[in-house]
Design a binder for this molecule. Structure first.
Ligand code: UDP
Length: 489
């Protein structure tokens, strides 16, 4: 277990307040914080998860920590370590089970590995956490530490579950049966939606929506030359113009028609900045619905006359539109062994397409060595998109949707719980009832491609929705209330 020490202070609270749309939020946040910090600054708050990079939690923690520190709190981030692939295979399985998928049997061997990895981290955990501290365990991976903490320290333990499913089935029951054995060591639970609270858990529960940092590298405004510069630096675009910034050390790799990955600008140009672009950026996870989205896109291209009048502007846009599917280079996401398998499945489908269809789809592995460069690439791709899609079969919340909405890019999203909490259908985006219904997705894509006034309108509404509900200030304010409640108990 190691402490993440390189958390930059980054943007200061008062800097946010210089933006007119953020000023009221920052003022309210500081007023609320002033009420609780005198009590909270006496304790150390530990955030514990299982990876420092990749995915929503690792994305959110550094900014949360920085802002919490700026208001005077003592917050640290510990990453639980393991070199046991079987541990991450199992926690991925539990993740999928919570989302209602996979083999519901949990073997003694799997429980043993889970227990073992918690024990391996014990000494380092106890060397750092002291009596009276508050420990927040994120997601299932570190929940085994709850018992170790409660048996050895006088601390409050919170379990923050970022995932969930709004219906229960054999799989979710299996996940909760396994996790419930740790619930006796948890003082308070935090979920992202009321629908995710497991049956039988009453009291000691808070709902906290995740939120994004509007001025992070992932979300800050990019002038057009910067956007083009990032594409150039990242190898997504070739241009003869001079670049203001040096090339990134690691570049985007794009699937080639021969099945290999090569520099993204290699071969036919993707057309970023020139064509309407539909994008989905996510981890390579089956539940993110990449494959049905790709199939829907191909279906739309093949059958455009069924969806729109061939003489219409919509038809011309459907002809020119391209699909970008982007996700982290799986070699760099330590707790996600499924990534390579999903990427392979997508590659196989891509390779089965004919040449012109392949040219309209870019499957890109984004470099993860530099958090900043990765964030800038995601930012630029989202901003260059006509439409962002988040076709998740299951989605705990879906920060990728929030990020796009903040950028005034509306989202075509599945009706998964986290997404429908964010998006009001036809106001801030469009919800697809079934993420595996390729024809329905194709039809929605066509409607939106042919209606740029609606897209522009929803983009504005989407940004307002994020400002009102899903920025980091709302999230930390909710945390402060929860933490204050816990120490006041
Ligand atoms: N992300 C990223 N690089 C990638 C793919 C995803 O930085 O190559 C980020 C994405 O921008 C978002 C987060 O990872 O901030 C994913 O969070 P989300 O809530 O959408 O899904 P999760 O991965 O937590 O299931």
């Amino acid at each position: 277990m190691y402490k993440v020490t390189n958390i930059k202070e980054g943007v200061k609270l008062r800097d946010y307040a210089t933006y007119a749309t953020l000023l009221p939020l920052v003022n309210e946040f500081e007023n609320e914080a002033a009420l609780v910090t005198p009590d909270l600054e006496k304790v150390c708050i530990w955030m514990i998860n299982s990876t420092a990079q990749g995915g929503g939690v690792a994305e959110m923690l550094p900014r949360m920590l920085s802002i919490m520190r700026q208001i005077g709190l003592n917050v640290e981030w510990l990453v639980m370590e393991s070199d046991e692939t079987a541990f991450f295979e199992f926690t991925k399985k539990v993740h999928n089970l919570i989302h209602g998928q996979g083999d519901p049997s949990v073997s003694e061997q799997e429980k043993k590995i889970f227990h073992h990895v918690s024990e391996v981290n014990k000494a380092s955990l106890l060397a750092q956490v002291k009596d009276k501290d508050i420990v927040i365990l994120h997601d299932p991976q570190p929940i085994g530490l709850a018992r170790i903490l409660k048996e050895n320290r006088d601390v409050k333990v919170i379990w923050r579950c970022h995932i969930g499913l709004d219906v229960s089935n054999e799989q979710t029951e299996a996940a909760w049966t396994f996790l419930q054995s740790y619930f006796q060591y948890i003082d308070h639970f935090v979920f992202s939606a009321p629908e995710y609270i497991p049956k039988g858990l009453t009291g000691n529960v808070s709902i906290i929506y995740p939120g994004i940092d509007p001025l992070s590298h992932k979300n800050r405004e990019l002038q057009t030359y910067k956007l083009a510069g990032i594409f150039g630096n990242a190898g997504l675009l070739d241009s003869e113009h001079p670049k203001v910034t040096p090339d990134f050390t690691h570049k985007v790799q794009r699937l080639q028609p021969d099945g290999s990955f090569a520099l993204a600008s290699h071969g036919e140009d993707i057309g970023l900045l020139y064509r309407p672009i539909i994008t989905q950026v996510s981890r390579w996870d089956k539940l993110k619905g990449f494959l049905p989205l790709m199939k829907a896109f191909v279906h739309l291209k093949k059958n455009k006359d069924q969806f729109c009048d061939v003489q219409s502007r919509a038809a011309r846009i459907v002809e020119t539109v391209r699909l970008v599917l982007a996700g982290p280079d799986p070699d760099f996401v330590s707790d996600d062994p499924e990534g390579k398998r999903v990427l392979k499945e997508l590659s196989d489908f891509y390779l089965s397409l004919d040449k012109s269809e392949q040219q309209d789809i870019a499957i890109c592995k984004l470099p993860m060595e530099s958090v900043k460069e990765n964030a800038l690439i995601v930012n630029a791709i989202q901003r260059a998109s006509y439409l962002v899609v988040q076709n998740s079969i299951r989605e705990g919340f879906g920060l990728t949707a929030t990020e796009a909405m903040w950028k005034q890019v509306p989202v075509l999203a599945s009706n998964a719980c986290g997404l429908r909490h964010q998006i009001r259908n036809h106001i801030d985006g469009v919800l697809v009832q079934d993420p595996e219904d390729e024809v329905a997705i194709a039809s929605h894509l066509c409607d939106l491609l042919g209606n740029d006034t609606k897209v522009e309108n929803m983009g504005f509404n989407a940004q307002k929705r994020v400002i009102d509900h899903f920025l980091i200030f709302h999230q930390i304010e909710a945390w402060l209330k929860t933490l204050h409640g816990i120490i006041s108990d």
